[in-house]
Design a protein around this ligand. Structure first.
Ligand code: NAD
Length: 360
């Protein structure tokens, strides 16, 4: 394909405008043509800011022949249907996370996509963080030896007003879950990408610091990976005032810790070196070295102000545009994005059964 990829954005709430910011930063290869939202005023406002057209429905957006790709930024439980509508209209699609909240409709989306040559990417923007890329490459390259233990720990806070801010928030049908499906999905996706597939979970969930919602604000789980490694998950939006999202990866020859997207610790034993008898607590931090002597980029944090998200989305949109233009697969396609949803649904299933071991 030659020329710029022409985008439409569906859903102009919190995250839709961040896609507009990200596209603006990619003006050599992308162009925002139109936006749509069913709530009067939202699309008009965003369109006025970016000098593009606006519509009040997906159908009107999809009827445009001058749009090649649509960013689906609607509530989570609408994603797969909206994406399928876009594919059937001949558009490529970027879907916000999670890809959807039920496996059946995700599988229908996979089938719809396979019947076409359209590209679909699902946002997991922190896979593109420098720290994540370093740790993923190290794990894949055997730098930590056999992986033994991985932890995803998301200690965030969301006020009741957040859950009250949209009727879909905190519902099974449209949010698909709470602290885990909406917020901690990011860190769990990174854990699974780095450590490999999760095959079994034992979990508890609770609604502890919020009310008037159907889903959990706190989830804990033990995890078993296909490799035999074990893992832990802590996911909460009930940890006032909100701390960090932390990922820990351990192996027999190395470890890494990412905290709020920054590489805090990295150690990989040289091939010829025998491990010290007891190791050294906190010793041998090679983080600065693997980052090339620079501090970890003080990028936007995973739980921070949504205003900073446009920057972190840009790299993933670049990856999507390359896939469309050059014919490859986006890093996070639908099959890949399905994996974390399957784990989350297994966590909910285990919790409903008193913590019983549940296959993914
Ligand atoms: N990647 C991230 O870091 C990140 C951050 C925030 C939200 N999200 C995801 O983005 C999605 C939206 O979240 P949000 O916080 O922006 O929600 P939001 O409620 O602020 O915005 C959703 C918008 O979609 C519109 N909408 C609903 N149904 C529609 C339809 N049929 N046609 C057109 N517009 C419709 C709503 O009017 C609303 O303006 C969720 O899936 C969420 O998980 C991702």
């Amino acid at each position: 394909m030659t020329g710029k990829l022409r985008f439409g954005i569906l859903g102009c709430g919190v995250i839709g405008p961040q896609h507009a910011i990200a596209l603006q930063g990619l003006s050599d290869t992308a162009e925002l043509v139109a936006v749509a939202d069913t709530v009067p005023g939202r699309a008009e406002k965003l369109a006025a800011e970016y000098g593009c057209a606006h519509h009040s429905s997906l159908a009107d957006l999809l009827a445009r022949q001058d749009i090649d790709a649509v960013c689906v930024c609607t509530p989570s439980g609408m994603h797969a249907q909206h994406a399928m509508d876009a594919i059937h209209a001949g558009k490529h699609v970027v879907i916000e996370k999670p890809v959807d909240v039920q496996l059946g409709v995700i599988d229908a989306l996979i089938a719809a996509q396979r019947a076409t040559d359209r590209k679909v990417a699902v946002i997991s923007q922190h896979r593109f963080d420098r720290a994540t890329q370093i740790v993923h490459a190290a794990a894949q390259g055997g730098k930590f030896g056999r992986l033994t233990l991985g932890t995803a720990q998301v200690s965030w806070w969301r006020a009741q007003s957040y859950y009250d801010s949209g009727e879909w928030r905190g519902t099974w049908a449209l949010d698909g879950g709470g602290a885990l499906m909406n917020q901690s999905v990011h860190t769990l996706d990174l854990l699974q990408w780095i450590m490999g597939d999760i095959t079994e979970v034992c979990a508890y969930t609770g609604l502890l610091a919020h009310e008037r919602m159907e889903v959990e604000d706190t989830a804990v789980a033990t995890l078993r990976f296909a490799s035999g490694a074990l893992g832990l998950l802590e996911a909460t939006t009930a940890a006032y005032p909100g701390l960090t999202a932390r990922l820990k990866v351990h192996g027999e020859r190395g470890s890494a810790v990412i905290d709020n997207d920054e590489l805090m610790y990295f150690h990989s034993a040289p091939a010829e070196q025998e491990g010290a008898a007891y190791g050294a607590s906190g010793g041998g931090n090679q983080a600065a070295e693997v980052l090339g002597g620079a501090a970890s980029p003080a990028g936007p944090t995973a739980g921070s102000d949504p205003a900073s998200l446009g920057m972190t989305h840009r790299d993933q949109l670049m990856d999507f545009i390359s896939a469309v233009n050059e014919g490859g697969e986006p890093l996070v396609n639908v099959e890949e994005a399905r994996k974390v949803v399957a784990v989350i649904l297994a966590v909910y299933g285990s919790a409903r059964n008193g913590g019983r071991p549940t296959p993914v």
